[in-house]
Design a protein around this ligand. Sequence first.
Ligand code: TXA
Ligand code: MG
Length: 322
Amino acid sequence: MSARVLAATDPAAIREAAAVLRRGGLVAFPTETVYGLGADAFNPIAVARVFEVKARPSFDPLIVHLADASGLHRVSRSDDPRVGSLAARFWPGPLTLVLPRRPEVPDLVTSGLETVAVRIPAHPAARALIAAAGTPVAAPSANPFGYVSPTTAAHVAELLGASVDLVLDGGPCAVGVESTILSLADDPPVILRPGGVPREALEEALGVSLDVAGPAERPVAPGQLQKHYATRTPLLVLPGKAGPSPRGRVGLLAWSGESPDGYAAVEVLSPDGAKETAAARLFAALRRLDAAGLDRILAEPCDEAGLGHAIMDRLRRAAARG
Ligand code: TXA
Ligand code: MG
C-alpha cells in the first residue's frame, strides 16, 4: 500500500497531521535538514512504533523537536546559560543540543540516557505541526535504519510506504544534511555529529574550540555509528578529482565542473561550487546513483571547512562496509 501524502502548505493537512500525532500515530514531515518520522514524544507506544518502522536499534535515542524555545522546560531541566545564547543564534535551525533530561521523557526516547537531544526545526510546516499537536515530537530521519536520509516526500513514501499514517509534503529540504549535534552535557562541550551548522559557527558563538567525537561501534551517542547513510552499491571516496572511469558500470559523484569520460552515470553535486548546494543535493544524488544498477560509485571529496565537514562525514560513512 502506498502512503497518504498531503501538501504541507494546506492548514487542513497540518490540523489532520496534528490529530494523527495526538492519537499516537506517525507522521512524516519536512524539516530544513531531512524529512523526519514523528511521534508524540510523551507517548511511549507511538515512539515504539517509530523504532519498529525504521528497524532501528533501541539503543539509538531520538531527537525531540519543539515548535519554539518555550517548550524546552517540558523535556529538559537545564539552566545552562549557553542554551539561551545558542538558541538565540541558531534556533530555529539545524542545531540539536544534548541536555540533561527531565524524568518525564520516556526512556525509549532517550535510550535510558540521562540526557535528551532537542532541536527547533526551521521549516514552517514542522513548527506548525508541532505547535498544533501541542506536544514535543520525537523524530528520527524518515528512512530505514542505516540507509540514506530522505530529502523529499517521494523518498519517504518510497521507503516507508503505508507504515506511516501520513506524509506531509513540504518540497525538497533546503539544507539537505542532518542537524549538527552538540552535547552540552559533556564538559567541555563536544560535537557528536557534524551537520547543518558548521563547527566554526558554534566555536565562534561559544568562544571555545570544539572537539568532534570519533566513530564508535556502540556509541553513547549512536549517531556516530560508523556504517550509516550507506548506499546498497559499494561506494569509495576518492583522494582527489576523478580521472577517467575504471572498467565496469561505475558511477561518479562529482563535485563540480566538467566530469571525465566513461562513467555509466554522473551526478554533479555543486554546479555553482557552493557547499550549501552540494549538501542540499547530496542524499538525492546518492539515491539516484544507487538506483542506477552500478557496480560501484566513486565520490570526489571536498575540503572540510564549513559544511564540508558534514558532507565528508556522510560520504565516509556511506563508504564504510560491514
Ligand atoms: O536533522 C536532524 O537532526 C533530523 C531531522 C528529522 O530533525 N533528525 C535526525 O534524527 O537526524 P536521527 O534519529 O536520524 O539522528 C539523531 C541522532 C541519533 O543518531 C542519536 O545518536 C543522536 O541523535 N541522539 C539522540 N539523543 C541523544 C542523546 N541523548 N545523546 C546523544 N546523542 C543523541
Ligand atoms: Mg538518521
